[in-house]
Design a binder for this molecule. Structure first.
Ligand code: SIN
Length: 334
C-alpha cells in the first residue's frame, strides 16, 4: 500500500482548546478557548484527504485546563469502541495544548491497540493572524491515514512535527513551535506531501485497564524551591493522598525538612516519586538522595505531571509492590 492508497477510516474527537477558540475583546490577542464546533473547524482545514472516511464527534468544548478523569475515560472508551467494534483505523483528538501531553500519556497507557491515535491543537485561535489550527489538523489527518503510522500508537502532531506520547512536552507558552521531545528527538515530520518517521516505533509501555470508578486515585505534585518547608506535604498527608510526586530541584531533590516529611509519607504507606522541575534530563536513584533507604522511587525521564499519571494508574490497578513501581518507572533503564 502506498501513501496514495485509499485512506483509512478516521474518527475525529474534538474536546475544545485554543484551536476551537474565538477572539474576544479582552485584549488584541484575547480569546475564549473551546467555542467553535468540530464541523466548523473542519471547514477551514486545507487538503482534507479526499477519499478519507472521516467521522467527527464533539466530545467536549473546554479549555484543556478543565480536562479531567471523566473525559479521559470517555475518550479512551470511545476510541476502543471505534477500533474494536466500528472498524476505524485511526483516531485524531483535537485538544487544548496546555494538558495535551497528559492526555496523550494517559491514553498511551490504557488503549489496548497500536492503531494510530494522533493528538493535535493550536497556539492561535481561528481568526487570529497565522492561525495554526487548520494546518495542524490537516497534518494530524495525514499522519493518521499514513500506512507508516500503523502500529505506532499514541502520538502528537504539531507544527509539522510528530512526537511520541512519552517524550513530548509543551515548552513554550505562546510560540507555534510549542512542543518538543525533551529527552529525545521527534519521531518524525509531516508536510503537505509526505509523512517521514525518523525513529523506530516507541517501545511498548505497561498497559492498564480503566478503573471501574470514573476517577483516578489522588496523587499530588509538590513543587520544590529554596526555603522549602513541609507545610504542603503535611497538608497532602492530612488530606489522605495516596501518592506524592516531588517536582524537585535539580535531579529531584528538596530541603532536608521536605525530605523528612516525605519519609513520614512513606511510613504512612503513601508512594513517593522523585521527579524534577528542571524540564529535561533523567532523575536517577541513589545519586544525591538515598532512595533505597528512604523508600522513594524516581521518575527517570518522566516529567512530574506524567509521573503522576503513571503512579495513579499503578495505584488504581493495585500494582504497588516496591518492585512493580520501580519496574514501571525505571523498566526501560534497568
Ligand atoms: C487549552 O489548553 O485549552 C488552551 C491553550 C491552548 O489550547 O493552546
Amino acid at each position: 500500500m502506498t501513501e496514495h492508497s485509499p485512506p483509512s477510516r478516521i474518527l475525529i474527537l474534538a474536546t475544545g482548546g485554543t484551536i476551537a477558540g474565538q477572539m474576544n475583546a479582552r485584549s488584541a490577542s484575547g480569546y475564549d478557548a473551546g467555542n467553535v464546533s468540530v464541523q466548523d473547524l473542519l471547514h477551514h482545514v486545507p487538503n482534507l484527504p479526499e477519499t478519507a472516511d472521516i467521522h467527527a464527534e464533539q466530545i467536549a468544548s473546554i479549555g484543556s485546563q478543565n480536562m479531567n478523569d471523566a473525559l479521559w475515560f470517555a475518550l479512551a472508551r470511545r476510541i476502543m469502541q471505534a477500533f474494536e467494534q466500528e472498524d476505524f483505523d485511526a483516531a485524531v483528538i483535537i485538544h487544548g495544548t496546555d494538558t495535551l501531553e497528559e492526555t496523550a500519556f494517559f491514553l498511551q497507557h490504557v488503549i489496548k491497540s497500536q492503531k494510530p491515535v494522533i493528538l493535535t491543537g493550536a497556539m492561535r485561535p481561528g481568526g487570529a493572524p497565522g492561525a495554526d489550527g487548520p494546518v495542524n489538523i490537516s497534518h494530524a489527518l495525514k499522519v493518521a491515514a499514513s500506512p507508516k503510522a500503523r502500529e505506532r500508537g499514541v502520538m502528537v502532531v504539531f507544527n509539522e512535527t510528530i512526537y511520541d506520547a512519552r517524550t513530548v512536552s509543551k515548552i513554550n507558552t505562546s510560540e507555534v513551535n510549542a512542543f518538543k521531545s525533551v529527552n529525545g528527538g521527534p519521531a518524525g515530520y509531516v508536510d503537505t506531501d509526505r509523512v517521514y518517521f525518523v525513529t523506530p516505533a516507541a517501545p511498548p509501555v505497561p498497559l492498564f485497564s480503566l478503573p471501574e470508578h470514573e476517577s483516578l486515585p489522588c496523587v499530588d505534585i509538590i513543587y520544590a524551591h529554596s526555603n522549602m518547608d513541609d507545610r504542603l506535604i503535611c497538608h497532602a498527608l492530612a488530606d489522605g493522598v495516596k501518592g506524592i510526586v516531588l517536582a524537585g530541584i535539580g535531579d529531584g531533590n528538596a530541603s532536608d525538612t521536605a525530605l523528612a516529611a516525605l519519609d513520614r509519607a512513606v511510613a504512612q504507606g503513601v508512594h513517593v516519586i522523585r521527579a524534577s522541575r528542571v524540564g529535561s534530563g533523567l532523575v536517577k536513584r541513589n545519586i544525591e538522595v538515598s532512595d533505597d533507604i528512604r523508600g522513594f522511587n524516581v521518575s527517570c525521564d518522566l516529567s512530574p505531571h506524567k509521573a503522576r499519571i503513571l503512579l495513579q494508574l499503578l495505584i488504581a490497578s493495585k500494582t504497588t509492590s516496591a518492585s512493580a513501581i520501580r519496574q514501571a518507572f525505571e523498566g526501560g533503564y534497568l
